[in-house]
Design a protein around this ligand. Structure first.
Ligand code: ARG
Length: 464
């Protein structure tokens, strides 16, 4: 009778032949889902505690199973556990080992559950922890950006639209834009934790169970808020995987945008920042090169995270509800995206911590391209009661004049300006100072130094 002591799969009483070697090779997922061992063991312990409380199994059997499961956890942690591909996945590997340790009583563990609800319970718990870890890492990157911003409130650089000089900004204001993005990412992940709050355990294969189980008990004990409402939806639902993959995609898109920005600023044409030697690589032929490879890695990996989101969407499209093997790929995809994102956040953190703004070059570039033209137009509106459109025209004439004379706006004299607009006096010259220009943008959310300081304070407080 001791069927499970031999080297057979657990369902061997019905399926007489071993799976073909090819199927064993492709159908198993143990190398991937072994990551779920902790959640699987905890889920099983809580499950048998509930079975005992509900008088479905005896005290003795419950304790025996828990003893066996704890022993298995230790073996896994000490790398002494032998994974066998023949048993497909982590759930069956653990159950098989339980038989070896405690004998036939191990057979009670799978009362009133199925792998379908088991796998999704483990996976939801894992995803919830991974989400919390990402939020922690996002806090770290935000802290780094706040530190760099604090040191660069009065570092003036050109702000670009269409990659052409637009208006002067503080370097810190640029960086703080990324704090906004990472903060939205954090909120997106926080929202996902909420969507992970329903416990699948007890949905069994797809119908629920005729045993008198207590799903509220298992849900609470495993850190969920409540059990799921519909057993078929429970085993079919992978929306939480999509939420995770989408959030990873958006976050890596943000990382990719900052990476691209830094690559441009680091290029010889711009030369606005210097990257630390720690994050650049040399060329095998051009001895002078310091290439921003790591930033390019960040930009490239974003493609993989989008691909993963689309893989999962495609797997789910048209799949009838309840469980199908198609779903097994969900874990490989999510684990990969999770790993990529955490790597990317760490890399970006390292890059930002060691980045040096080339302040003089930033200022020089901010002083070119007639960047204070809008300030001049605003000045005319405010001081010479003109409609903005008229002020715009006069300013355009002044820019044309400066271009013809091959001068920057701040190199024009009051006399030259007066020839175009007689109302102007020497007082106007102050608007061509880029620092004044930056600090004049005091509207809420603008680049004035005070605004930036306030935002840095706000986020510092939020993160504490
Ligand atoms: N390893 C499987 C997965 O991750 C577990 C679910 C198996 N259920 C089944 N009916 N084959 O999808």
């Amino acid at each position: 009778m001791n069927k499970n002591k031999n080297n057979k799969a657990i369902w061997n009483s019905r399926i007489k032949e071993d799976a073909s070697i090819l199927f064993q090779k492709v159908g198993n997922s143990i190398d991937i889902d072994k990551k779920l061992f902790k959640e699987d063991i905890l889920g099983s312990i809580v499950h048998v505690e509930m079975l005992f409380r509900q008088k479905i199994i005896s005290f003795k059997i419950k304790n025996k199973i828990i003893y066996g499961l704890n022993k298995i956890e230790k073996e896994i942690l000490k790398n002494k556990f032998e994974y066998n591909k023949k048993y497909e996945d982590i759930h069956m590997n653990i159950e098989k080992r339980l038989f070896q340790i405690i004998g036939e009583d191990a057979g009670y563990i799978h009362t009133a559950r199925s792998r379908n609800d088991q796998v999704i319970t483990d996976f939801k718990m894992w995803t919830s922890s991974a989400t919390k870890e990402i939020i922690k890492n996002l806090n770290d990157i935000i802290k780094t950006i706040l530190k760099v911003s604090e040191k660069n409130i009065e570092t003036i650089m050109p702000g670009f639209t269409h990659l052409k000089n637009a208006q002067a900004v503080s370097f810190a204001h640029y960086l703080m834009a990324y704090v906004e993005m990472f903060n939205r990412d954090k909120n997106r992940f926080l929202y996902n934790i909420k969507s992970l709050s329903e416990c699948p355990l007890g949905a069994a294969a797809l119908t629920g169970t005729s045993f008198n189980i207590d799903r509220n008990f298992t849900a609470k004990k495993l850190g969920f808020e409540k059990p799921t409402n519909n057993s078929i939806d429970t085993v079919a639902d992978r929306d939480f995987v999509l939420d995770f993959l989408y959030s990873v995609s958006v976050c890596s898109m943000h990382i990719s945008r900052i990476a691209e920005e830094l690559i441009i600023w680091n290029s010889d044409g711009f030369n606005l920042i210097t990257l630390s030697d720690k994050v650049v690589t040399g060329s095998s032929i051009m001895p002078q090169k310091k290439n921003p490879d790591l930033l390019e890695y960040l930009r490239g990996k974003t493609g993989t995270t989008y691909g993963n989101l689309f893989s999962m969407l495609t797997i789910l499209k048209g799949l009838p509800i309840s469980y199908f093997k198609d779903l097994q790929d969900d874990k490989e995809i999510l684990f990969k995206s999770n790993e990529i994102l955490n790597n990317c956040i760490s890399i970006l953190n390292e890059v930002l911590k060691n980045l040096r703004p080339n302040k003089q070059q930033m200022l020089n570039l901010a002083n070119s391209g007639y960047i204070t033209a809008t300030d001049l137009a605003d000045y005319l509106v405010k001081n010479h009661s003109m409609p903005f459109r008229k002020a715009y025209q006069i300013t355009a004439m002044i820019v044309n004049f400066a271009e013809k004379k091959n001068k920057k706006l701040n190199e024009l004299s009051a006399e030259e300006l007066k020839k175009i607009e007689p109302k102007l006096t020497t007082e106007v010259l102050k608007v061509f100072n880029v620092k004044n220009s930056v600090n004049s943008k005091k509207s809420y959310g603008g680049t004035s130094f005070d605004n930036i300081k306030k935002m840095i304070m706000k986020y510092k407080k939020d993160i504490k």
